[in-house]
Design a protein around this ligand. Structure first.
Ligand SMILES: Nc1nc2c(ncn2[C@@H]2O[C@H](COP(=O)(O)OP(=O)(O)O)[C@@H](O)[C@H]2O)c(=O)[nH]1
Ligand SMILES: [Mg+2]
Length: 319
């Protein structure tokens, strides 16, 4: 069965207006849908000049070079069969390519398979790790899980305080130590506490400001070791949080993380504040890691499980 209902009639119902995808991705939709519509309108003849214009548009949409090329090739192929291509034709080409890319992604998070389920969260400074951890805790709590947050960013006292406030808002316990000297020490204590308290999900925050690759590697290796000392098959999920508003620039940084620790899922944040929503496609394609959640705002409820179908709907059909 097709993932996307591409020929859906646009229905102006309140339900659709309230979809977090349609609302959160409105800036990207302005670029994608309206940008494409203004290029193609009801129909355009494809020649070399026009292909260049499309190419420029796709590059600016931050899809990445490979996907851009795939789309252009497919547009050329379709244009050999049809004199005039319309917005609908281009949308269908793009949806087909996106559908192919996401079709084998495993989007599940194993919170029901482990007790406790240990989730490690990594990423560069400012990507949105701390905020995302609070959002995840709130989400799992809503699902009836007992969640625990561990303040593993020991580089700044302010980071622990920030997480403390978030944990309070989310209504979940936090393990912290303002005097802690190392991330791995507090993470060890946190997991021990999580086991003792019969926790369902343990969320581990980490520092993003690690001045060089050797340091990053050393720190993450140490964290992995202490986690495994207590729970040999943990972490059960390692999320890399990336800032969606900087788009493809994430790829280089993200690769550094994948070299030092196995990443099982991506979380793309700040998609509400940017027109670069297309970057999900490029990042996913380059890193070959499934996107499991997206961040669409700064409050607790602004994290949603990633759904390729809803994402594509919001980019091409939403309001
Ligand atoms: N608009 C928006 N802002 C976000 C989102 N996620 C995080 N932020 C903001 O990004 C900034 C950095 O977040 P933080 O969680 O401290 O990042 P960390 O350094 O990786 O822990 C904060 O101001 C957050 O409110 C999001 O999905 N949308
Ligand atoms: Mg942080």
């Amino acid at each position: 069965m097709a993932l996307f209902k591409r020929k859906d009639k646009i229905q102006k119902t309140t339900e659709k207006l309230e979809s977090p995808y349609d609302k959160g991705l409105s800036r990207s939709r302005n670029r994608f849908k309206e940008g494409l519509f203004s290029l193609f309108g009801r129909g355009m003849k494809i020649d070399a000049d026009f292909l260049e214009e499309i190419e420029a548009f796709l590059y600016e949409s931050d899809l990445g070079a490979d996907i851009t090329e795939m789309i252009l090739n497919e547009i050329e192929a379709v244009s050999r069969k049809k004199d005039f291509l319309s917005y609908d034709d281009i949308r269908d080409v793009m949806i087909d390519i996106f559908e192919q890319m996401f079709k084998d992604d495993d989007l599940t998070v194993p919170i029901d398979d482990h007790h406790p389920c240990v989730i490690l969260v990594v990423g560069v400074n400012g990507a949105g790790k701390t905020t995302t951890i609070a959002k995840l805790a709130a989400l799992y709590r809503e699902q009836g899980k007992k969640a625990l947050i561990v303040a593993g960013d020991t580089y700044r006292a302010a980071a622990v305080e920030q997480l403390d406030i978030w944990a309070d808002r989310a209504g979940v316990d936090i393990i912290k130590n303002l005097e802690a000297k190392s991330s791995s020490g507090i993470i060890y204590d946190g997991i021990q506490a999580g086991i003792a308290r019969n926790t369902d999900v343990i969320l581990l925050d980490t520092a993003g400001r690690l001045h060089n690759k050797a340091h990053l590697m050393q720190e993450l290796n140490k964290i992995q070791r202490v986690i495994k000392k207590l729970i040999p098959d943990a972490p059960h999920e390692t999320f890399l949080v990336v800032d969606g508003s900087i788009g493809q620039n994430n790829v280089v940084q993200a690769r550094e993380f994948t070299k030092v620790t196995p990443i099982t899922g991506l979380i793309v944040t700040k998609l509400d504040g940017t027109a670069k929503g297309g970057s999900i496609i490029g990042i996913r394609q380059k890193l070959h890691i499934p996107v499991k959640y997206i961040g669409l705002g700064e409050t607790l409820s602004d994290l949603v499980p990633f759904s390729p179908a809803l994402y594509v709907h919001a980019m091409f059909e939403g309001f």
